[in-house]
Write a protein that binds this ligand. Structure first.
Ligand SMILES: Cc1ncc(COP(=O)(O)O)c(C=O)c1O
Length: 381
């Protein structure tokens, strides 16, 4: 047997003696310290909701996916996909999808930038605007990725609390005068929407950039798109993950004046959106009727579920998203989360300030929502 002496930079705990022997590898007991930047070592990283393996029988109401399938037009594009588009690199600016989106948003094409999910837009914004000495502000509780991105850039964070009713703390955000201010609307996890007049005041009074993350806007009654034509420092983020039922595809957009997109275009990967996502998403966005019909069904179910929970004594925040934040009558949210999980029903729970006594429930099909309600009824008795 050939024996190879290798220096192993990290201890390979996973290779036990047997596999090491089988591989004929002799390890030097030398452990190198992996020297991440201090702020990277300190951070915990984003913790996504559980994604059980496909085929697992569960009522999955934990990660705000749309319960209905994507547009049949989009599925047809996927079925008929020309392999030539896979052999070649994709369009660097995802023009096919971007142009369709610009048409729906009613803005010129160069006001729209495509990315690998709106998460990538958020990461690009953090990389472009944040570094030590720069500041990010947001109202909390909100989408926790903002915190991870700020930590990644070692930027200062100003976290301003929402009030009990999730009104946007405009004055405090203005006082912060951050380089980058994030407002999530509808807000994850509360589902509440920031009023346009509040966002308008914020955009007018901030010297830095205002990002309105509208991942859930397809289920809402109002949005902030009109601000991008009025303010050079405003960007609205959109995605096909929620309204268009394409979370697995990974495509999101930034909508703003081209001057604000220009810096992000410089730092994105050359081919940040793949050929499949570009064409399938374009077909889905063209099929507005399908998206809107599903969004209406979700909104109707959301309102029914909110009423039913309220009748059971739960506090429910008024949601314009495809999920509901709710506080059980006794505040024993963690117990309910665990016991629902035992019944095969997944909802989202965070042991975080202001959230530890609440659960967030994604709106499912009527059948899934009924199963959830039945489960909850038994558990709170
Ligand atoms: C507020 C918010 N923004 C952005 C995203 C990410 O969306 P995408 O799938 O487009 O990356 C999520 C996903 O859950 C979200 O809740």
């Amino acid at each position: 047997m050939i024996s190879v002496r290798v220096r192993v930079p990290v201890p390979l705990h996973t290779l036990g003696e047997t596999s090491a022997g089988l591989l004929g590898v002799e390890y030097l007991a030398q452990v190198h310290m992996i020297d991440f930047r201090d702020n990277i070592s300190r951070m915990t990283g984003y913790v996504p909701g559980e994604q059980p393996p496909p085929g697992t029988k569960l009522v999955k109401l934990n990660t705000n996916e749309n319960p209905y399938p994507p547009s049949p037009e989009a599925m047809k594009v996927l079925r008929d996909f020309d392999t030539e588009w896979l052999r070649r690199y994709p369009q660097p600016d995802a023009a096919i999808a971007r142009d369709v989106a610009a048409n729906v948003y009613g803005v010129p094409e160069d006001w729209v930038m495509a990315a690998n999910g709106s998460d990538e837009m958020l990461a690009l914004l953090a990389r472009a605007f944040l570094e030590p000495g720069k500041k990010i502000a947001y109202a909390a509780p909100t989408y926790s990725l903002y915190i991870n991105l700020a930590e990644m850039q070692d930027a200062a964070m100003v976290e301003v609390p929402y009030d009990e009713d999730y009104n946007l703390p405009v004055k405090a955000l203005l006082d912060a005068q951050a380089d980058l201010t994030f407002v999530c609307s509808p807000n994850n996890p509360s589902g509440t929407v920031a009023r346009l007049r509040d966002l308008d005041r914020l955009a007018a009074g901030l010297r830095g950039v205002l990002i309105v993350d509208e991942a859930y806007t397809d289920f809402a009654d109002e949005n902030a798109l009109s601000l991008v034509s009025r303010y050079e420092n405003v960007m609205v983020l959109r995605t096909v993950s929620k309204g268009y039922s394409l979370a697995g595809l990974r495509l999101g957009f930034g909508v703003s004046r081209p001057e604000l997109l220009a810096g992000l275009m410089k730092i994105k990967d050359s081919y940040n959106v793949d050929a499949v996502a570009i064409r399938v998403a374009a077909a889905a966005i063209r099929d507005q009727a399908w998206m809107q019909n599903n969004a209406e069904k979700v909104k109707a179910s959301r309102n029914q579920l909110a009423d039913a929970l309220t009748q059971l004594g739960f506090r429910v925040w008024p949601s314009q998203a495809n999920f509901i934040l709710t506080r059980p009558p006794k505040g024993d949210a963690y117990r309910l989360y665990l016991e629902l999980k035992d019944q095969g029903i997944l909802v989202r729970y965070w042991d975080r300030p202001r959230l530890a006594d609440k659960i967030r429930i994604t709106i499912g099909t009527d059948e899934q929502n009924r199963a959830l309600l039945e489960g909850l009824k038994v558990l709170i008795e």
